[in-house]
Design a protein around this ligand. Structure first.
Ligand code: SAM
Length: 381
């Protein structure tokens, strides 16, 4: 906003900045209302403390991750949601009835869970996720109440499209039996064999576990003869190389995970096509239904925290990774402390060499690199 404040921007830019600034401000109010039941205001620990002691959420899973799903699910119209549901219907032979007790893992804001429950005859459909923002939106939608939230489009088509206020609404309150549970899928709070159907929509490639283990977890939740419906992308690009599997490998692993009778389908669908944005994607969506034929060869391990975290009186080991982190934090702290409004990058490099933290050759380029990053980060904030 600095340029607008200085008055040296065009009319359209000024209008955009004013609109977006007003939208951000109003969005804060709307989100605070929606999330009020969380009691964040009463939280004893402030954000810098969380940062300091490392108790923030993992970087890849923040509150606003998948925020765009809110709008795709409940405000852009039927097209994408109907297409997603149709993929599931096709692998089920056109029959969405008879799913029985159903669990939808990583349900997000819940549109697929809602549509499956409404179209079928399940007496219980449990939608889980661990993102409170998405869950609170789902709760309102399942109850048939409308909400307003702003959309922040990636490539706005017009001035008005930078931050349109969207009305989110479901086609009506859900039938009885559609429930929301806030839960980490890696510690699912359900008894073994509790479900006839487990659905994993756009989930297996973001959960951060090797596919075989995800499949074994699904198996454990299913009754004998129960069905696993998976639908979504297969973008394992952030996994370790060995775990970046494709469809052939996933299908090859299903028998060892205790699944048979697999029916699979691939179809290219429009994805995140916001009416406000010039940007959207085409995704080749993989959908399968597989029947539980037995137990998985290997039981999924729980993600166990080390003893020294569970028992605060145990010594914390100085692992090579911690050692590396300690060195880089020391250098960063030293560099930050040297910034006093007078010293140049060269002065700082000289001091690093004097402190034997770096060699003369590496010090100056490293200091410049560090200061460049610092500058860029402060600009983006
Ligand atoms: C790619 S989104 C898909 C959302 C929704 N299923 C859909 O198709 O639009 C992945 C979802 O999984 C959730 N998620 C990620 N890790 C999770 C975990 N460990 N436990 C529960 N939910 C998780 C995210 O919060 C997010 O809503």
């Amino acid at each position: 906003m600095h340029a607008a404040a200085a008055g040296n921007v065009g009319k359209a830019t000024r209008r955009r900045l004013e609109q977006v600034a007003a939208a951000y401000e109003d969005q804060v109010r709307l989100l605070a209302d929606l999330l009020a039941p969380l009691g964040v205001e009463q939280s004893a620990m402030n954000e810098p403390t969380h940062r300091g002691v490392g108790t923030r959420l993992p970087l890849e899973q923040g509150l606003t991750n998948y925020y765009v799903n809110v709008h795709r699910d409940w405000s852009w119209g039927a097209e994408e949601n109907a297409a997603g549901l149709a993929e599931v219907a096709v692998v089920l032979g056109g029959n969405l009835r008879g799913l029985g007790r159903t669990l939808v893992q990583g349900a997000g804001t819940g549109r697929l869970a809602f549509d499956l429950h409404q179209a079928g005859d399940a007496t219980l459909t449990v939608a889980t996720d661990f993102n409170p923002l998405l869950l609170f939106v789902a709760r309102e939608m399942f109850a048939g109440r409308a909400l307003e939230l702003y959309e922040f489009a990636i490539a706005p088509r017009s001035l008005e499209d930078h931050a349109p206020l969207r009305r989110l609404a479901s086609p009506g309150a859900a039938r009885a039996g559609l429930e929301l549970v806030a839960a980490d899928a890696l510690h699912a709070p359900f008894a073994d064999g509790a479900f006839d159907t487990v659905v994993t929509p756009w989930f297996i490639d973001i959960i951060g576990e090797p596919f075989a283990r995800v499949a074994a977890r699904v198996n454990l939740l299913l009754k004998p003869g129960g069905r696993w419906i998976n639908t979504g992308s297969m973008a394992f690009s952030r996994a370790a190389h060995a775990d970046r599997i494709g469809l052939e490998e996933a299908l090859e692993m299903l028998p060892a995970a205790g699944f048979g009778e697999v029916s699979v389908r691939e179809n290219t669908l429009p994805y995140m096509r916001s009416p406000a944005s010039r940007h959207s994607r085409l995704e080749n969506v993989v959908t399968w239904v597989a029947r539980k034929s037995g137990a998985a060869a290997e039981l999924p391990r729980a993600r166990v925290l080390p003893e020294w975290l569970l028992q605060p009186d145990r010594p914390v080991p100085r692992t090579p990774a911690f050692e590396m982190q300690a060195i880089s934090s020391r250098v960063h702290a030293f560099l930050l402390a040297m910034i006093n409004g007078e010293r140049s990058a060269r002065d700082m490099a000289r001091m690093l060499v004097e402190q034997r933290l770096m060699t003369a050759e590496e010090a100056e380029p490293q200091v410049i690199l560090f200061l460049t990053r610092l500058h860029e980060e402060s600009e983006t904030q």
